[in-house]
Design a protein around this ligand. Sequence first.
Ligand code: PLP
Length: 401
Amino acid sequence: MMPVAPSPIHPVAAFGRIGEENAFAVLARAAALAAQGRDIINLGIGQPDFPTPGHIVEAAIKALRDGQHGYTPSVGIQPLREAVAGDIHRRFGLEIDPGRVMIVPGGKVTMFSAILMLGEPGTEILYPDPGFPIYRSMIEFTGATPVPVPAREENGFGFSAAEALSLITERTRLVILNSPANPTGGVTPKAEIDAFVAGLARHPHVAILSDEIYDQFLFDGEAHTTLLAYPEIRDRLILLNGWSKTYAMTGWRLGWALWPEALFDAARKLAVNAWSCVNAPAQFGALAALTGPQDCVAEMVAAFDRRRHLVVEGLNALPGVRCAVPKGAFYAFPNIAGTGWGSAKALATALLDDAGVATIGGPDFGVFGEGYIRLSYANSAENISRALERMDSFLRTARAA
Ligand code: PLP
């Protein structure tokens, strides 16, 4: 083979620092194995296994038939922005200004925009670890310094106000919170959020990005504490939410954000420069989701709750595995330290290749994820039981790497 000369074309240095979301790589590998005829059970990807409710699909089809084929305002169609405000009022009794709501193509876009807007060399951004991998990836992309806030098993994987506040410096520009959390299912108690918000009074230069995309996935009667409930930080709060998880709409690419006045116009300009607006019929589907019946959400959450018990009981019966009961989202984050597998990523790879069960190694969510794997229980009870049986026989027979 002729040696290949290095190309003179290359992306700028920042792309040497941008990361990935390994769940997509695992999804591709699981699909490749399935294409070879292997029976793969996918507990890797974080998306509801339910179809989008029919009335939402019909509303989007109707929008297409009605001729909604053009650009919409870059901030989203006005009735949808108002429906977002109405939904917040219905669920929390809180007022938000529809004029500050942005409809975006996926929840991820809000973290992308917020981190891009506030991160640059010489600044610091605090983010949860283990946490959604794009937080750190985007922080590094901007040249800002990522400062992990550990989410610890002994705190139910919640966020510690004292620890986060102790990490704030005069260089901190943004603190990212995520409750209920991916990948742990952890829920931060209200008292901790109260303490954090009180402490922020000493740091007026710090903005907050609250990723509340799992806010309806709470169990055992737990109520969601939204950061919107704290008027004292409204002028520096960016709220991330969307339709992907709540209405089983991951492939529609739809999210919404509430921006503070100081940042709203920058967010709008990013939209104008990058995506112009969100797919018009999808916005009409989103409108039907918020204004239509909500029992589809309750039914889905009830199904997740049943699977949650199944997965946690099954995991705790596996040799060397210990799993705390997650209070939210649809992930279990078992501790695998007792299995003899020193590397959680090696265990996740072996489980996929040898046992046909796709999971994600904890370190894909940050350094504090070592010793854990993530299982998404967005799969049927039958598949979850089969996966647990396979994991059991694998752990009893395979030699740890
Ligand atoms: N935030 C968290 C914590 C997530 O887990 C995800 C998706 O997995 C997102 C945001 C992104 O959601 P979306 O698919 O709407 O971009």
